[in-house]
Design a protein around this ligand. Sequence first.
Ligand code: PRP
Ligand code: ZN
Length: 309
Amino acid sequence: MPRLARKNTGMDREQRLRIAIQKTGRLTDHSLDLLSRCGLKYSRGKDQLLCYGENMPLDVLLMRDDDIPDLVQEDVCDLGIVGSNVVREKQLAQDAARTTPGFEVLQELDFGRCRLCIAVPDDFPWAGVGSIAGRRIATTYPNILADWLRSAGITAQIVTLSGAVEIAPRLGRAELICDLVATGGTLAANHLREAATVLECQAVLIRTPVPLSKPKEQWLDRIRLRIDGVQQVKESKYIMLHAPRSALPEIRRLLPGSESPTIIPLEGSPDRVAVHAVCRENVFWETLESLKLAGASALLVLPVEKMLA
Ligand code: PRP
Ligand code: ZN
């Protein structure tokens, strides 16, 4: 890739920030979207591994998520966007090896929320966490799992895999798995169900602990301020709907990330109300369909441009 070769000079590393993000997976689109919302315009290199920042001294490296803490640690990148699950796993491994972490967590990014879960085959006789004792559990997060088992006082065998954990029970490599669950689609497709939560996770921004050159530190400060701005309004939506009063508890439960909706009586229909709420998460078609099933009608979703608490 000639462009990278030309740009990747010693001088450039002094001047340009480099951030690693997940190449393919749950965090990829959100990470690129966040950087775009922070104002970054980029062109993608031929090998699809490096995006060159055209209007900011910030280049984006697309990598396997599990490698991102190491890339920051080894100073290949100054910054990284990665799941807190990957960060935690790395930190626990480093604690065990008594080495100091070569990266710092700067902030949570409020996307890529998921949970690290114990999941069992559909026909597994689950009767609470005691059912784990003495079993084999396949995972790519052996340190987090070991830590959780220890604090739960459970003895079990950890089978460490590098991927495709969800097929381990079918292959007879383990009876249970410990893996990330976001929508639950992967579990369902593999006839598994969620049984216990080990860790709640989301994307975080990490940086090298090594001081950067002055221009790079200044750009990092600007980028972080822009991230804060993006987070204020990000996926907020204003949602309006009509509903029977009796459906309110279910509707409030379904409204994503809304604190206290405004409930307005509807003229001429004492049993029905209008509900207005700011949802601090994206509102998906699935949510609207569930709201409708719960009795809502006249659903309207509007973008929120600015918000002042
Ligand atoms: C995770 C996990 C599952 C998937 C679960 O992969 O390993 O494959 O997400 O999501 P779902 O519940 O919405 O189906 P991730 O993108 O984190 O990449 P990985 O392959 O590095 O684990
Ligand atoms: Zn991974």
